[in-house]
Design a protein around this ligand. Sequence first.
Ligand SMILES: C=CC1=C(C)c2cc3[nH]c(cc4nc(cc5[nH]c(cc1n2)c(C)c5CCC(=O)O)C(CCC(=O)O)=C4C)c(C)c3C=C
Ligand SMILES: [Fe+2]
Ligand SMILES: [Fe+2]
Length: 323
Amino acid sequence: MIDASTAKPDTAVVLVNLGTPESATAAAVRRYLIEFLSDRRVVSLPPWLWQPLLRGVILPRRATPVARKYASIWMADGSPLAVYTRRLAEAAGRELPGLRVVEAMRYGEPALAAVLQRLRAEGVRRALVLPLYPQYSTSTTASVADVLARSPELPTRLVEDYHRDPGWVAAIAQSIRDHRAANGVGEHLLFSFHGLPQRLVDAGDPYQRQCEAGAAAIAVALGLDDGQWSLSYQSRFGAERWLAPATDASLDALAARGVRRVDVIAPGFAVDCLETLEEVAMMLAERFAERGGELRYIPCLNDAPAHARALAAIARRALDQWR
Ligand SMILES: C=CC1=C(C)c2cc3[nH]c(cc4nc(cc5[nH]c(cc1n2)c(C)c5CCC(=O)O)C(CCC(=O)O)=C4C)c(C)c3C=C
Ligand SMILES: [Fe+2]
Ligand SMILES: [Fe+2]
């Protein structure tokens, strides 16, 4: 008889996040950005044009200031994105007994392709891949799918998105309620999502639609009226037009309207990272304070038990459909 407690799982669940530099140094940021920004899902310019620009102009200017930003949020165990992703995978593992739950990164370490190879070598026969992107985008989720397509040795299934998953919506709504119970209710709730070039949405990327639908579902769960919340996009990169309204402009408009206490949540990020901790909780909070207001940042779900439970339920459902 097989002892279930010692039998090796033949099914893995792989939580995939974007990736992050190994250290808060210009050299590590350069290595990370070269891999990330050389992905044509992220920047689609032809390599003959983009590579000299990236290596000769952008990285020499960007690596040191971005490394300084990372240094301002670095944790004892590393980059917040890496630390929280690791802890979240451990927490999800506790919710999924009998399955092998591991983390992987699309860029940097632990590299998704190597993680899939390792699982196969360990005797795992199939892997459910769950990107930690609640909303589907060609720039993120489809890029994970590209790696799966290049790793045919291990059968995989991809969870494409969970932007309106009831467990996830409930977990986010509860985190907002908890924040309000601890800090009082802000005058306005702003949902700030990572931006995307408008060009990708025009070409059919469902990201914006999913951000809007998810934010609306969270607002409904909280019983908010239309005027009590809004949605904006942060983290613009490059010169082309990105999704609007921009988070900084939305906050400026709220300040100009006399709104003094704004709660900001970033439901596009499964775990806190540079874009939430530095850009929102530090820089945008400072900017809003200069305009006389108080920005109260609501952290990502990170490794909260409710988050692990929501992701575990999504994984279980996807596995049930994969017979
Ligand atoms: C949450 C979903 C994300 C989408 C969609 C996304 C698109 C996207 N991003 C860039 C450029 C950069 N993003 C950077 C950081 C970053 N981006 C995401 C997530 C999404 N990006 C996360 C979680 C992070 C944080 C990583 C961390 O280490 O904490 C950066 C790096 C920082 C910097 O140099 O400013 C860049 C660059 C593009 C071009 C894009 C869509 C085409
Ligand atoms: Fe990004
Ligand atoms: Fe940013």
